[in-house]
Design a protein around this ligand. Structure first.
Ligand code: ADP
Length: 235
């Protein structure tokens, strides 16, 4: 499909992102469109988390505009956070974890609708992990946990997923399985924004690369990126 025909999902226009009196990313002009797979790379401290918080609407831009297209799908961004030790050992069932993806629109309603349970189950099946539904989340392998969190993110949103270093800490086989799951969702039209340190797989799967550095940023196709000065840093 021609890019021109696609809807935008998140748009940053001359956006300076950061904190009170501290701009971390300056003059960012990017548009994330339906179905795009974007990998965000950059050294530690370059501003990747700041960008993610801004794209999720958790952090207001210091100046400029960050707009999330609420008319697209459920209007929410599905988010797979960096795993912490606490989350890993969380004593709760897989189904509860997946269902909690609906909490955005629950407004303190302390139960889930039948429709939501069916949808949660459908996402688990789609990711090939239906058999894990009744298990305790804390007993799963790291790769299984990440796929459960992917199913959870799918409950929150159906147009765009934002993933923060999803394969960090996974063994190569588990990482590949997760990449394949994300590629499946991408093939079905899901937009993916993924922070990663895994440049080889970023170049393999992404449509576009957003490379953030202290001096500015690069945003373009993988082919353009490979030709750019930014890619030379890694060669
Ligand atoms: P990355 O995710 O690429 O490692 P971050 O977005 O976490 O980078 O950090 C970018 C810069 O913003 C760093 O200099 C960091 O110290 C600073 N920073 C991060 N969080 C805050 C905060 N809450 N308040 C002020 N500065 C912050």
């Amino acid at each position: 499909m021609d890019n021109m025909e696609k809807n935008w999902l998140i748009s940053c226009r001359d956006a300076c992102l950061g904190y009170e009196n501290k701009s971390v990313i300056e003059h960012l002009d990017i548009e994330i469109q339906e179905g795009q797979y974007i990998c965000v790379i950059g050294e530690n401290g370059s501003g990747k988390s700041t960008l993610i918080k801004s794209l999720l609407g958790l952090l207001k831009p210091v100046s400029g505009i960050v707009q999330i297209n609420r008319s697209a799908g459920k209007g929410a961004v599905g988010y797979l956070p960096q795993q912490t030790q606490i989350q890993r050992n969380f004593p709760v069932s897989v189904m509860e974890v997946v269902l909690s993806g609906f909490l955005n629109d629950m407004h303190f309603r302390p139960f889930y609708k039948k429709k939501e349970k069916q949808e949660a189950r459908r996402h688990l099946e789609h990711l090939g992990i239906a058999e894990l539904a009744g298990k305790c989340y804390g007993e799963l392998s790291g790769g299984q946990q990440q796929r459960v969190l992917l199913a959870r993110a799918l409950c929150a949103a159906d147009k765009i997923l934002v993933l923060d270093e999803p394969v960090t800490g996974l063994d190569p086989m588990a990482a590949n399985t997760l990449y394949e799951s994300m590629e499946l969702l991408h093939q079905e039209g899901m937009a993916v924004v993924m922070v990663t340190h895994d440049l080889a797989n970023a170049l393999k799967y992404a449509d576009k690369i957003l490379h953030i550095s202290d001096d500015g940023y690069f945003f373009g196709t993988v082919a353009e990126y490979k030709e750019s000065e930014y890619a030379q840093i890694f060669s």
